[in-house]
Design a binder for this molecule. Structure first.
Ligand SMILES: C[S@@+](CC[C@H](N)C(=O)[O-])C[C@H]1O[C@@H](n2cnc3c(N)ncnc32)[C@H](O)[C@@H]1O
Length: 270
């Protein structure tokens, strides 16, 4: 066996063991619960735009983008734009690496790789900062509810121009909303790509963690994922490319991160 294979096999075993380590899982649950009280996920930025994510999930997204090499990243939930800039920066790196590999001159503004962000309320100062960012040429934004038929229609029109799509859902975290987003956008995820559903962790937190929010235990992105996977299995759905749609939860990502707001939320299209 080649040394790199031995190394990868060792890592696989270590991650599996981590995912079974009760003490680590308990520590993680407590750590997550208590950091959320301090709004920990609001304390970071990506290339100067505030991003509402845990650093571990940011690293996972980097791994996914490199693995999938999407030409379109569809994101619901823009807020300050940090996650759009993160996706745009990864797409810019893919462009850069392609140019190096093909010994071509890179013309950033003629990129074929884009992020499409949707938010019900794009505040003017956030829009301005995103539009003025050096990576703005990778970004298109739509304002409106992610589950409105007019937005869904626009997204499908835009998606026609792309081959490899990665979907990230991070807007309203109620069960019904996320389930509707999954019904609308999961079929756009390409073969081998992912539909990432954030804030599934709400299901694992104490019931009183979000007293001022409509979501909570039993009504959140994780319950929506479970219901959607049940529908896929029992009722079936068609992917946008015409074949039966299937997803599996990528537990390896979750086990290696331990700290993630997306347990059961990394859905790999199979
Ligand atoms: C958690 S924030 C998004 C964080 C962002 N993805 C990031 O990582 O920085 C949630 C966003 O979803 C938006 N939102 C809420 N309801 C929505 C809806 N029905 N459709 C689209 N966006 C919605 C909110 O306006 C808010 O900006």
């Amino acid at each position: 066996m080649k040394p790199q294979e031995t190394f990868q096999n060792e890592i696989k075993k270590q991650i599996e063991a981590l995912g079974q380590d009760r003490d680590m899982l308990d520590l993680t649950r407590i750590w997550t619960r208590d950091t959320l009280k301090h709004k920990y996920s609001y304390h970071f930025s990506w290339l100067a735009r505030p991003i509402i994510q845990y650093p571990q999930d940011i690293v996972a997204l980097q791994e996914l983008v490199w693995r999938v090499r999407p030409d379109l990243i569809l994101e619901t939930g823009i807020a300050h734009g940090g996650s759009l800039i993160l996706s745009a920066s990864m797409l810019a790196l893919l462009d850069y690496c392609d140019a190096v590999e093909l010994r071509q001159t890179l013309n950033p503004t003629s990129t074929k790789r884009h992020v499409l962000g949707i938010d019900i309320d794009i505040r003017s100062h956030n829009r301005e900062a995103i539009e003025q960012h050096p990576l703005a040429h990778h970004i298109q934004m739509l304002e409106g509810s992610s589950i409105s038929s007019s937005i869904i229609e626009k997204v499908y029109q835009i998606a026609k121009n792309y081959q490899k799509i990665l979907v990230i859902l991070d807007s309203n975290h109620t069960h019904d909303h996320v389930l509707a987003e999954l019904e609308a956008y999961a079929p756009l995820a390409s073969q081998g790509s992912y539909c990432v559903v954030f804030d599934t962790v709400i299901e694992d937190l104490p019931a009183q963690q979000y007293p001022d929010r409509p979501w909570g235990v039993g009504n959140n992105p994780k319950t929506a994922v479970w219901e959607y996977l049940r529908r896929l299995k029992e009722e079936g759905r068609q992917a946008n490319d015409g074949v039966p749609l299937g997803f599996e939860i990528d537990k390896e990502i979750e086990h290696k991160l331990l700290i993630t707001v997306a347990p059961d939320g990394y859905l790999r299209r199979i």
